[in-house]
Design a protein around this ligand. Structure first.
Ligand code: FAD
Length: 410
């Protein structure tokens, strides 16, 4: 094979593309990752200042990949989740102990996770990282795919591969080049993120509060601080972002209440437009979509990255599962068909789950408000309901690939 040939070429070295390259390492395949923006650059859109709640299935994956000791050392465990609806007294509570796990999830800052993943990638000889460079054109043929890579100085090179993986995010250019359409609907909301110091100890509790403007999450992070994801309406977002720190904290406090005492010392803020996007297909000849290029979710239930990690684990199984009974060659038709069949149901369920949560709690219509009250009650009173919800948020529902069950690949 020529040196410009790879078994797997990954477009996008963000949270999902990098994780896929690491997950594939034990298989001894030649892998390249093409990433447009260096990890430490301020403009890196994946490894930024957001905090991500890692679900139990993602934790198990990183354990099986041998990366968990470094990740857990930089993370904060969630021991319980408190769900409330602004203007109502009722609230619900999910507890790690009740679910029989040591933590419901772990919160890590994306930049910090990026450093751990990058260090691990640097140690791998089987993976070439081509950065800064972007994929600007592709050609898909039954025997192999090829991609034109443009480097930062404008120089171009063509690489060919058995399987081309589009992990280039929700606005995936490679998805367009594959001829796959994504359905997009704008929520008319933006997520404002940052962190602050609460007066009371957050005590490893994650808060999800549904307000008139949209959901507001408060997550435990390092040094007693809380990371917030505050959904505001698109019309109001510029005003909220422009507030000085004191005025910003006062508005956030008004939305959240005083469960954690008074807020102070807010850090740098950033905002993200919220769009639901769903690719109409997951594969094309010799190519596949994973992570946000396949599905971009509202952050309400902190599931986007975790869902993408299950895509990663399923790809690995479709290539490497012994006794799969089908052709497992990367990019073969059988391998791609098996992947698409497997992933469609989990992706559909989670898209529906997060979208319904946003719509159910975002509406002021009378029937929906009634349903919501029953919903909150049902949540607490009907045995089993909380467990099913918890299973979804921990990423443990449905048929799980080996890595998501914590089984090492080799
Ligand atoms: C406010 C907010 C909070 C969130 N919180 C959570 C959470 O708590 N838990 C959770 O599971 N998920 C969460 N998510 C979702 C999660 O951040 C995403 O699902 C995840 O980042 C998707 O990763 P990705 O690698 O697929 O895409 P991206 O993060 O978008 O990365 C794509 C990468 O591809 C690169 N790229 C783009 N085009 C090209 C090209 N042509 N050639 C080469 N490279 C290219 C980009 O530079 C980038 O590095 C949250 C999202 C938001 C907005």
């Amino acid at each position: 094979m020529s040196k410009d040939y790879y078994d797997i070429l990954i477009a996008g070295g963000g949270m999902i593309g990098t994780s896929l390259a690491l997950a594939l390492a034990p298989l001894g395949l030649r892998v390249a990752v093409v990433e447009a923006i260096p990890r430490k650059a301020a403009a890196q859109p994946s490894f930024d200042d957001r905090s991500t709640a890692l679900s139990r299935s993602t934790q198990r994956m990183f354990e099986a990949m041998g990366l968990w000791p470094d990740i857990v050392a930089a993370s904060t465990p969630i021991s319980s989740i408190h769900v409330s609806d602004q203007g109502r007294f009722g609230f619900s509570h999910i507890d790690a102990e009740e679910q029989g796990v040591e933590a419901l999830g772990y919160v890590v800052i994306n930049r910090v996770l990026g450093a751990v993943l990058q260090d691990a990638l640097d140690d791998l000889e089987s993976v070439d990282v081509i950065c800064p460079a972007r994929i600007v054109d592709i050609e898909l043929a039954p025997e192999r795919a090829s991609a034109v890579v443009e480097h930062a100085d404008g120089e171009r090179q063509t690489l060919s591969c058995g399987l081309l993986v589009a992990a280039d995010g929700a606005n995936s250019a490679v998805r367009d080049m594959m001829g796959i359409t994504a359905q997009k609907s704008h929520y008319g909301q933006r997520a404002v993120i940052g962190n602050l110091l609460p007066e009371k100890d957050i005590d490893n509790m994650a808060y999800e509060r549904f307000t008139k403007q949209g959901p507001l999450a408060m997550l435990p992070v390092a040094d007693g601080r809380a990371g917030f994801v505050w959904t505001v309406s698109e019309q109001d977002a510029d005003r909220v972002m422009a507030l000085d720190d004191d005025a910003f904290l006062a508005e956030l406090q008004h939305e959240f209440g005083y469960r954690l005492g008074e807020f102070s010392r807010v850090g740098k803020r950033a905002s993200y437009p919220l769009v639901l996007s769903r690719a109409l297909r997951l594969t094309s000849t010799r190519s596949v979509l994973i992570g946000n290029s396949a599905h971009g979710l509202h952050p309400v239930s902190a599931q986007g990255f975790n869902l993408g990690m299950r895509d990663v684990a399923a790809i690995v199984d479709c290539i490497a599962e012994p006794g799969a009974g089908t052709d497992t060659e990367p990019g073969s038709r059988a391998m791609l068909e098996r992947y698409a069949r497997w992933r469609q149901s989990d992706q559909k369920k989670l898209v529906r789950f997060t979208d319904s949560l946003v719509k159910l709690f975002g509406s002021e219509s009378r029937p929906l408000r009634t349903l919501r009250n029953i919903g909150m009650l049902g949540f607490d009173l009907i045995p089993g309901v909380r467990s099913v919800f918890a299973k979804h948020t921990m990423g443990l529902a449905g048929k799980l690939p080996r890595l998501s069950r914590g089984v090492p690949i080799k």
